[in-house]
Design a protein around this ligand. Structure first.
Ligand SMILES: *Cc1c(COP(=O)(O)O)cnc(C)c1O
Length: 950
């Protein structure tokens, strides 16, 4: 074995496994398998034009060299991003721990109570600090969270206000520039009219449905919005506030003024800057809007035995149910980062947070006082962590500061702002103020009296207590925190326990070498708005990643800005929209989407201002070309796009694809390919070859970014030449096409830090390893399919009987035994496995995607579990639902209880096959009561007993 070849670590199948697998699958070679799987006309004729893979060791040396090219300055730029101190205990036990970062979104509550609790902590923290009733967990960044507030309030106009026709939304000029840019993007297709102005001059009598304020303002001024909110309420105008979470420790929470929504980022709660992300945003609102909240809410309920249990509440898989009527397209959010931010509050507790907030505020006062005394005019009358100065020569100050390794926020020719943060200490004071002195040739004086003056007026001083729950007051020593984190981790099944074969989610290996750089300061500690010459390492890695993805997709250019697959869909459709407009065809607004599409597709199309037309799939699961042709002809005049997933969500390489994409082009439409299934394509075919014009890629699926329990995600879009000019921009740092659309995410390169993982993945695998990964993913899927043959029916296959990289297994026949698909999903937990994807894209089925990273031994264990469950199904009948499947999963509490009155043995319940005992995973609760939880919605740490008594 050549230990320098990363592919042999990434791929689970070895040379000697091939023959036995071929026998099951019925092929003589991998070539034959691929020939039978991918249609001839779209198979690539030449290998990927990418370099050979490099060893892990070489990659680490390389990424260290790039890291050294980044210059870590002291950044006092602010604008929603602040240097923060990640507690080492959180870094080591969560960020660097596969038990946390390889977990899936907690849909299977019985094996996810750990991260559900961590997210409940996050929600409680946000509710408390904002003073709102309800918070979600979590959103992509502050700017998109603000956009979600704008659109949620827009959708509520008729239900909560009498404002049906009103389209005006007010934005304070204090709002961050990247948020403003994003609001422009998001408002235009929906017909929302933005009016930007000074909130003190706002005319309440005019017809607005809502307003957005920033607290503190973008350059630090803390406004008292109580009066504004009161006036707005009197005039039936809803108010959203974008707030800085650390400032809320000291300031009056916006909830006390009666605002409708509070949004913001939790980045400064122990999350690295990472050149822009990933960071978790928050969204807090009133109970009255609970059914309209974007993203996920974790709620408390009870399990079968009446024990307290957590689960995702209300709108689980919102888009899959409501499709084009969904409240948002948020699917992947930033769960790992939300977990970390919540844990930061657990570790520091209310007193620790108060200490940090006071420290930041007091140092800011010190800087303000000192520079004022030295003759610089400070312009903010009330501030938390940001002061604004008038200076004579900003250019000179900038030179001086940069020479001293300091970044400030240069507002215009003679104004500058300074934002302090948790990392600021006494040692940083002198270098900072000296820049100002030197730039004006003043001599620093040593004597200076510390101010005791109160900067925050009484009305803005927080009175309300916060984080009084036990969890925020218990784990302040490292030993206690470490054990608390471990306690939660043990409740969660992640990839470090067993295969997670979720169809469409591609839960492959997230290699340690790919992850290591994320912990390094030279990657973590770069503010997204620093001059490019301080981020040279990032620029090299990001440019190369863009070009790697461009090569892999066969397209012309890539934008890394979108922070999730769904954001990529939206971004791609917006470039299509801009393209049609640029050709004087702005009327094209029809988006055709197959019935089997992922729910985010229609949700994104609506956000892009398009009308969704659904096209059928035939009984083989393929696009019904006749129906599609009818619809295309019918909408020819107004056809904007087709959204198509390839290989299809049914796990099949449809042979009609080229015909389909040609048809769309003939009628003036563009083809959007949903790239979630790119793991079946890389190196063998590509979106350009099938005739698509744009696709998103889920770097958190195909390209090895860990799922993180539901994020981070990176959803870059790759586009053909004609769409390249429209790639998204950023208002602060120049990026995007020459005719760029406005921002899709707050940061210029989205979640730049997470991009390093995919960069490493591609770099280490190289052309050959990438292609081999695709082939092995296809082999593994076909192996499972054929091992289960005769016992489970596979719904769809290609023309030559092959699955792509995943397959759908029909569980509807088992209804005759009273068994539903969910019973199989839950029973798999007793065998130590996470369920595959349940009831998507076909109700009553499961979709299995093993990926290339699983070994033959693990595939066999999974197949044995499935076959054993199949026998169990045969043993039970609909007449007697008291059986091992209906009662699954079985907890340790059940199995060790003194009473056992189930009609099967304890051993069968918990140790159904010999391999299970060697590595037993105990689900920590029984099945949850969804209806009870939704009726009694509790989304904070309040104990359920308190509610039950009420
Ligand atoms: C995962 C997925 C998406 C959405 O990606 P997110 O990152 O979760 O927003 C879209 N389409 C398909 C087919 C997917 O599997």
């Amino acid at each position: 074995m050549n230990t320098d070849v990363f592919a042999s670590r990434h791929i689970g199948i070895t040379e000697k496994d091939l023959q036995p697998m071929f026998e099951i699958v019925g092929v003589d070679s991998l070539e034959q398998l691929i020939y039978e799987t991918i249609p001839d006309d779209i198979r690539l004729k030449s290998p990927l034009d990418l370099p050979k893979g490099i060893s892990e060791h070489k990659f680490l040396t390389h990424i260290q060299e790039l890291a050294d090219k980044n210059k870590v300055f002291k950044s006092y730029i602010g604008l929603g991003y602040h240097e923060s101190l990640i507690p080492s205990a959180i870094k080591r036990n969560i960020l660097e721990n596969p038990g946390w970062y390889t977990a899936y979104t907690p849909y299977q509550a019985e094996i996810a109570q750990g991260r559900l609790e961590a997210l409940l902590n996050f929600q409680t923290m946000v509710s408390d600090l904002t003073g709102m009733e309800l918070a979600n967990a979590s959103l992509l960044d502050e700017s998109t969270a603000a956009a979600e507030a704008m659109t949620m309030l827009f959708d509520l106009r008729s239900r909560q206000q009498k404002k049906d026709g009103t389209t005006k939304f007010f934005i304070s000029e204090e709002v961050l520039p990247q948020t403003l840019s994003l609001l422009k993007t998001r408002s235009t297709p929906l017909g929302i009219e933005l009016v930007i102005g000074n909130h003190e001059e706002f005319d309440f009598s005019t017809d607005f449905y809502g307003a957005l304020l920033q607290y503190p303002g973008k350059h630090g001024q803390v406004h008292d919005y109580a009066g504004f909110v009161e006036n707005a309420k009197a005039n039936d105008i809803k108010v959203a506030v974008a707030a800085d979470i650390l400032s809320l420790v000291l300031l009056t929470p916006p909830g006390e003024w009666g605002v409708d929504v509070v949004v913001g980022t939790t980045q400064r709660f122990g999350i690295p800057l990472g050149y822009g992300g990933p960071h978790a945003a928050f969204f807090a609102t009133k109970e009255a809007y609970k059914r309209n909240i974007p993203g996920r809410i974790i709620g408390v309920t009870k399990d079968t035995d009446g024990n307290r249990a957590l689960r995702m509440a209300l709108q689980t898989r919102e888009q899959h149910i409501k499709r084009d009527k969904a409240t948002s397209n948020i699917c992947t959010a930033q769960v790992l980062l939300a977990v970390m931010a919540g844990m930061y509050a657990v570790y520091h507790g209310p007193d620790g947070l108060r200490y940090i907030a006071n420290k930041v505020h007091n140092y800011t006062k010190m800087v303000s006082d000192f520079l004022s005394e030295m003759g610089f005019k400070q312009l903010n009358s009330t501030y938390f962590d940001t002061v604004k100065f008038k200076v004579d020569d900003v250019q000179k100050l900038k030179e001086t500061a940069e020479n001293a390794g300091i970044n400030l926020n240069y507002i215009d020719d003679n104004t500058v702002s300074i934002s302090l943060n948790e990392a600021f200490s006494q040692d940083d004071f002198k270098p900072l103020v000296e820049c100002f002195m030197r730039s004006q040739n003043k001599k620093p004086s040593e004597s200076f009296v510390k101010s005791v003056e109160q900067i925050l007026p009484d009305s803005l001083q927080r009175q309300a207590p916060f984080l009084e729950h036990e969890v925020f007051n218990s784990y302040h020593s490292e030993t206690e925190l470490m054990r608390y984190i471990k306690k939660l981790e043990r409740k969660d099944l992640a990839l470090n326990h067993s295969m997670i074969s979720l169809g469409s989610c591609t839960m492959k290996l997230n290699a340690a070498s790919e992850m290591l750089p994320l912990s390094w300061a030279n990657w973590g500690n770069i503010h997204p708005f620093v001059p490019l010459n301080q981020a040279e390492g990032y620029q090299i890695a990001l440019k190369e990643l863009e070009s790697q993805l461009t090569t892999i997709t066969g397209f012309a250019a890539t934008s890394l800005q979108p922070n999730s697959g769904a954001q990529g869909e939206y971004a791609g459709l917006m470039t299509i929209r801009a393209y049609h407009e640029s050709r004087g065809e702005g009327h094209r607004n029809i988006c055709i989407i197959p019935a089997s599409a992922h729910g985010t597709n229609p949700a994104s199309a609506v956000m892009a201002g398009m009308k969704v037309v659904v096209t059928k799939t035939d009984d083989k699961g393929n696009i019904d070309v006749a129906d599609l042709t009818d619809k295309v002809i019918q909408h020819s005049e107004n056809l904007a796009a087709l959204m198509v997933t390839y290989p299809s969500t049914h796990g099949v390489f449809e042979s009609s694809i080229v015909q389909v994409t040609q048809l769309i082009h003939e009628h003036g439409g563009q083809v959007y390919m949903d790239g979630a299934n790119m793991n079946a394509q890389v190196g063998l075919t590509n979106p350009a070859t099938i005739g698509a014009d744009v696709c998103h890629l889920n770097l958190h699926k195909t390209f090895a970014i860990p799922h993180g329990g539901g994020g981070p995600g990176v959803g870059p879009i790759c586009v053909a030449e004609q769409l390249k000019p429209f790639l998204p921009s950023n208002p602060v740092i120049e990026t995007g096409g020459e005719n760029a659309i406005t921002a899709i995410s707050g940061a210029p390169w989205g979640s730049a830090l997470a991009c390093l993982i995919s960069y490493g993945y591609i770099k280490m695998l190289g052309a050959e390893g990438l292609t081999e990964s695709t082939i092995m993913a296809i082999l593994n899927a076909n192996y499972i399919k054929d091992r289960l043959k005769g016992k489970f029916d596979v719904l769809y296959t290609g023309e030559r009987g092959r699955a792509a990289h995943e397959m759908i297994i029909d569980c509807r026949p088992f209804k005759a035994h009273g068994i539903e698909v969910i019973d199989i999903a839950k029973r798999l937990m007793d065998y130590g496995f996470h369920a595959p994807t349940v009831s998507f894209p076909v109700a009553g089925t499961i979709m299995i995607e093993p990926t290339e990273s699983e070994s033959l031994a693990e595939l066999d264990r999974f197949c044995e579990a499935m076959l054993s469950i199949r026998e169990e199904i045969d043993e039970v009948s609909a007449e007697n639902p008291n059986n091992v499947l209906k009662n699954a999963p079985h907890t340790m509490e059940m199995v060790t209880n003194d009473t056992w009155d189930f009609p099967y043995s304890r051993q069968k319940a918990a140790f159904p096959l010999p391999f299970v005992g060697e590595n037993k995973f105990w689900p920590s609760i029984r099945r949850t009561d969804e209806a009870f939880g939704d009726r009694n919605l509790i989304c904070t740490c309040t104990p359920i007993e308190a509610y039950a008594e009420a």
